[in-house]
Design a protein around this ligand. Structure first.
Ligand code: SF4
Length: 242
């Protein structure tokens, strides 16, 4: 398993995120605003989570044999959901309903890789009770949906979701900077679905092969992106010696 040279940047990004979230909890408490995230909820872990490749590499390197198996066992289902979906919306819908949740969620609804979880998982802070994190909005009556949307404070949440906007914005900025560092080093940016990226690293050792400047690897990744567009995004840097 490749020991990512981007590990210090990932650790620092996670620390920034965790510090910002601790401050937000404090500030919400002081303002009398409720945040509902609690250990053992896990409702948001049925969402399709995206992450940067340096984060996926670091998480992949920390997985136990059992967790690796759980990731690998999930890949055929994700491939099927991706290749049968007509568009991104349909893919996200089927992911939520047929994707079986994150395989890293344990039977007690705790994240089994909590300290290694990606920025995008850390960034979801709910301003509504847990059932709202698992609700399928397409099944709500239009009046219920409208009542929910009207109840949201648009200066506070990432509208139309009920998740706080600030940590999501910070996570996006930190991921972008990790992506930039990675692309500066390897001439390619890889991002996408957390489970798919973990599978890519576990089965194909992409990080190690990029470090070895393996010929044809970036082209193979681009082909993979074409095959699985909702699971993998690859951007090649122009004028980079691969
Ligand atoms: S990595 Fe952990 S927190 Fe993130 S979706 Fe999976 S189980 Fe949930």
């Amino acid at each position: 398993m490749n020991d990512s040279k981007h590990q210090p940047q990932v650790v620092s990004a996670r620390q920034q995120m965790d510090n910002a979230i601790a401050e937000l909890w404090q500030s919400c408490r002081e303002q009398g605003r409720d945040l509902y995230c609690r250990a053992g909820c896990g409702n948001c872990c049925t969402l399709a989570v995206n992450c940067s490749y340096p984060e996926a590499m670091m998480l992949a390197a920390s997985l136990t044999v059992k967790q690796r198996q759980q990731i690998n066992d999930r890949l055929p289902l994700l491939a099927q959901l991706c290749t049968t979906a007509g568009d991104l919306k349909e893919f996200l819908h089927s992911y939520r309903h047929q994707g079986d949740g994150c395989p890293l969620l344990d039977p007690h609804q705790h994240c089994s890789s909590y300290n290694q979880r990606p920025l995008s998982c850390r960034a979801l802070l709910s301003t509504r009770p847990p059932p709202w994190c698992g609700v399928d909005f397409s099944t709500l009556h239009p009046h219920e949906k409208q009542a929910f949307l009207s109840s949201l404070d648009q200066n506070f949440v990432a509208y139309p979701s009920h998740y706080l906007a600030q940590p999501l914005e910070l996570a996006a900025a930190l991921e972008k900077s990790l992506d930039e560092e990675f692309a500066n080093e390897y001439g390619v940016n890889i991002s996408g679905n957390l489970i798919w990226l973990l599978g890519l690293e576990l089965t194909s050792q992409v990080g190690k092969r990029l470090a070895q400047r393996e010929q044809g690897l970036v082209e193979w990744l681009l082909e993979q992106q074409e095959r699985y567009p909702y699971l993998l995004q690859v951007t090649k840097r122009d004028h980079f010696e691969h």
